[in-house]
Write a new protein. Structure first.
Length: 286
């Protein structure tokens, strides 16, 4: 009875976190559309998300549907099956598509946005993020060549195709570690979170907590915590997301509360300072 209940809780956690994380991809493009501008946010975030979620989708799909990968996983983890769930794959596919939509908003002509926003902070890929993207593709290619050349029939002792799938997973892990930093720094430089949707952060935070919870329940039901160590990306996704979400919430609700900084679009009205009148604002007083 207890096991059946925990299976139900795990399923509920899984689909609710999938819903929260999936919905978290909508507030930012909706905000951009409403403001007709991408100022205040960076192209780095959706760009690196496209690469990360492509890798995550490939790894999840392999762990769920590839008999060879599932067999090799079992041989390395005491006969257990991967803790990857259908909702993990569904989330990755949805995140990939919505990230593509968001990155398209940085091409002003496609959406009728203010073209002046193209020159603002974060309008172009940073060198660091571009380097990580290129390095990720190179890393996967090198591992594929390595496995093909040194493939061992016994996955316990040698190279196997599961190592290539793990490489996709580690690409996602690396990207999760760094993808939030450009936006954290942009908020810091702007001294504002204006243009960066806090609603996506709240949904991301709830989703991260539930994802960690589902992984813990699934490992408990298997009676082996290898379910966590064997799925390091899902564990990292939840924990790293929660960590950075807390940083964003501190920035929004405490450090830069009520501040709009320098990130507003030229089509938007700048905020009045204390004691300032509309006439003073139009004269450029500060």
């Amino acid at each position: 009875m207890a096991a059946s209940f925990l299976h139900l809780v795990s399923s509920i956690f899984g689909w609710v976190y999938t819903l929260c994380w999936s919905l978290s991809f909508y507030p930012q493009p909706i905000l951009n559309l409403r403001r007709r501008s991408t100022t205040g946010t960076t192209i780095d975030f959706p760009a690196i998300n496209v690469v990360g979620f492509l890798a995550y989708f490939i790894s999840n799909t392999a762990f769920i549907y590839s008999p060879q990968i599932r067999k090799q996983y079992a041989e390395r983890h005491h006969g257990l099956m991967p803790t990857v769930q259908i909702n993990d794959m569904a989330f990755a596919a949805h995140a990939l598509l919505t990230s593509l939509v968001t990155i398209s908003q940085f091409v002003p002509g496609l959406w009728g946005f203010d073209k002046k926003g193209r020159k603002g902070p974060g309008a172009r890929l940073s060198t660091g993020i571009l380097t990580i993207i290129i390095g990720s593709f190179l890393g996967v290619g090198i591992m594929a060549i390595n496995v093909a050349a040194r493939h061992d029939p016994d996955p316990k002792t040698g190279w196997a195709w599961i190592d290539l799938i793990y490489t996709f997973s580690y690409v996602k892990l690396l990207i999760t570690l760094v993808k939030y930093m450009p936006q954290v720094l942009t908020n810091y430089r702007n001294k504002s979170t204006h243009g960066w949707s806090i609603h996506q952060i709240i949904l991301d935070f709830v989703g991260g907590l539930l994802s960690i919870g589902q992984l813990g329940i699934d490992s408990y039901l298997q009676g082996d915590w290898a379910g966590i160590t064997g799925n390091p990306v899902k564990l990292a996704l939840g924990n790293i997301s929660v960590f950075f979400d807390i940083i964003f919430m501190i920035q929004h609700y405490w450090v830069y509360r009520g501040k709009r900084g320098t990130a507003f679009s030229e089509n938007e009205e700048a905020p009045l300072l204390d004691g300032q009148t509309n006439g003073e604002q139009s004269n450029g007083s500060s």
